[in-house]
Design a protein around this ligand. Structure first.
Ligand code: HEM
Length: 575
């Protein structure tokens, strides 16, 4: 008995030593990483939590933009124990987005709440998955649904849903205000439902909260709860709290809508050969190894991701653009002139203009510029995209240790003075300048002490050592940064960027993980903006506080950049 107890004590002590050693090793590893990353410029953070409070704030997009303006195109950030590198230099962004094998879509990406929202066990989907075989299968199968030829087939739906909204706005009269941010999200939900799944959720049949709008409300509530739960991991352990229980119910209701939609789609029977909807492409997925279709739980999650990824993003984009145009009468005048020249504008002489056609979209060049300019200043996916380094790598001559999150926040990328002239000025004309989407040629980085840039990671590490740096691998002062083996422009050229130029504007991201739904989004927002502006003059309700009031209310707390109090406007019919 005594021997047993002594043995148990020894085992416990041994285990304790092992756990402590592992913890110390882990801590040392983390500290080494921190030391390396602290060589990059970084904002002053609190000692314990680093910049957690700044990032948790609903205006973190503004904070990140201010940091980028002060610290430059690459800087590091510590969020408690998480180390991140923020990249807003377009040449480095291009490098990150095109380097597969070294950087991967972050498993803990800012969009991972989609997992808990869309799948009962939190399995990843096309949006959140790593670039693995599952992602390749779904992306390859579903991408054809979004090619321009197939998207064009859905144009009639966009017209019909817009007509519904125009009728409602007319019915409201010129003296009642409407929350256009809410209205355009409803419209987009119906567009995605009808174009992608032959399902009319009826969210645009009425703007009032009623039984017909249950899907719209449920999707919004589920998504918001998903974000809150993801942002606060403790929530999943607090199920006894009524608010958390309600959140769980919101998730379940969301999933039920998707599961019911899947049943409805399947009940329609075998789709015809010329059916090119998203639904049909999802149903046709076959696992190459087994020849089996995706199981229903994963299919329903994939259906859900097209709604969550698409309806709010496009809806806010339309609302932000209407708002920006309404605040710039000179821009509005040019948009109206364009609509007039195409015969689309409602005027006293032309109270019933011709119906918009798909080919008009390409002719609306100024309206498109006004939209791009608002997407630059108010990018709805403001947190952009993020990756994790799978191994140590060099980025712009800086050593980035394995396991570091590389974050490309779009608000900072699109609004930093190092990328744009007068970024705070709404000027659609900038988009008619040649190469407006591309960054200026990179500035020559100062050469390292040896005069030759290191071509490899090992050389970079050796160089730091020879410069008398800490043996823990810390890099030198960033002002003597080492240039990468290949200059970024050359690297980009090698990777197929036209003329070696790299983009500074990419609201749909770039590379293989770019937005699969962008053609649908473009068709929807351009058509909707043209139709709404052709029929109404939009005037911001006084209680919104003008440009300053709305911009002060913008929030990135629920991931997309949204106006906290909506965008309430008078919709004054034109004729
Ligand atoms: C203005 C509207 C939209 C914007 C600004 C936008 C932006 C983006 C961005 C930046 C990404 C990459 C996210 C990341 O790297 O983590 C993305 C991915 C994605 N988007 Fe969109 N999106 C829009 C509309 C849509 C629509 C309408 C759909 C579908 C109906 C859609 C479906 C998706 C999907 C499924 C992905 C994941 C693609 C993949 O990883 O393969 N999006 N979107």
């Amino acid at each position: 008995m005594l021997v047993c107890s002594a043995l148990a004590q020894q085992c416990c002590a041994g285990l304790f030593v092992i756990v402590c050693t592992l913890a110390v090793l882990r801590l040392a590893q983390w500290y080494r990483k921190l030391q390396i990353l602290q060589r990059l410029p970084h904002p002053k953070g609190r000692w314990l939590l680093g910049s957690v409070a700044d990032i948790a704030s609903p205006t973190h997009h503004k904070w990140l933009t201010a940091c980028a303006a002060e610290l430059g195109g690459i800087f590091s950030l510590r969020l408690a124990v998480i180390n991140a590198v923020i990249v807003t230099d377009p040449h480095l962004v291009a490098e990150v987005l095109s380097r597969s094998g070294e950087v991967e879509k972050s498993v803990d990406s800012v969009y991972s709440h989609f997992n808990v929202l869309l799948h009962a066990k939190g399995l990843p989907n096309i949006f959140t998955s790593r670039t693995d075989d599952y992602w390749k299968l779904v992306r390859k199968s579903v991408a054809p649904a979004f090619n321009p030829k197939n998207i064009r087939k859905g144009f009639g739906h966009v017209l019909q849903v817009n007509r519904q909204l125009i009728d409602i706005l007319r019915g409201r009269g010129p003296t009642t205000t409407v929350d256009l941010d809410n209205a355009t999200q409803r419209l987009t939900l119906d567009v995605i439902g009808r174009v992608g799944f032959e399902k009319d959720f009826g969210a645009t049949r009425s703007l009032d909260d009623n039984a017909a709008n249950i899907a719209f409300d449920t999707m919004g509530a589920g998504r918001d709860e998903g974000v809150k739960r993801w942002n606060n991991p403790l929530r999943r352990h607090l199920k006894f709290l009524p608010s958390v229980r309600k959140g769980e119910q919101d998730f379940c209701r969301f999933r039920k809508i998707m599961a019911d939609l899947l049943v409805e789609i399947k009940a329609r029977g075998e789709p015809s050969d010329d059916d090119t909807s998203i639904a049909t492409h999802l149903l046709r997925i076959r696992d190459p190894a087994t020849g089996k279709a995706l199981p229903d739980d994963r299919l329903a999650a994939e259906i859900g991701v097209f709604f969550t990824g698409g309806f709010e993003t496009t809806g806010h984009t339309i609302a932000w653009t209407l708002f920006m145009i309404s605040q710039h009468p000179e821009v509005e005048a040019k948009v109206l002139a364009e609509l007039d020249s195409l015969g689309l504008l409602v005027t006293t002489a032309r109270p019933s203009p011709r119906a918009m056609e798909y080919d008009d979209i390409a002719k609306l060049t100024y309206t498109t510029a006004a939209t791009k300019e608002s997407m630059r200043m108010l990018p709805v996916l403001t947190d952009g995209t993020n990756r994790t380094t799978d191994k140590d790598m060099l980025l712009g001559g800086h050593l980035i240790p394995a396991g570091t999150m590389i974050w490309i926040p779009f608000n900072a990328l699109f609004n930093s003075p190092h990328n744009w002239d007068q970024p705070m000025v709404y000027r659609p004309e900038r988009w008619s300048e040649p190469g407006a989407e591309y960054a200026k040629a990179p500035q020559q980085s100062p050469a390292p002490a040896t005069g030759k840039p290191p071509a490899t990671l090992a050389a970079a590490v050796a160089l730091q050592a020879s410069a008398g740096l800490a043996a823990n691998g810390g890099l030198s002062d960033p002002t003597t940064a080492i240039t990468a083996g290949k200059p970024p422009a050359k690297q980009a050229e090698a990777e197929g960027t036209p003329g070696g130029r790299v983009k500074r504007f990419m609201p749909f991201s770039e590379g293989r993980r770019d937005c699969v739904g962008q053609n649908l989004a473009r068709m929807n927002y351009t058509t909707t903006l043209a139709m709404l502006l052709a029929h109404f003059s939009f005037k911001l309700a006084p209680e919104m506080g003008g440009m300053e009031g709305v911009r002060a209310s913008e929030s990135s707390g629920l991931l997309t950049l949204q106006p906290t109090n909506g965008i309430h406007m008078f919709c004054i019919p034109r004729a």
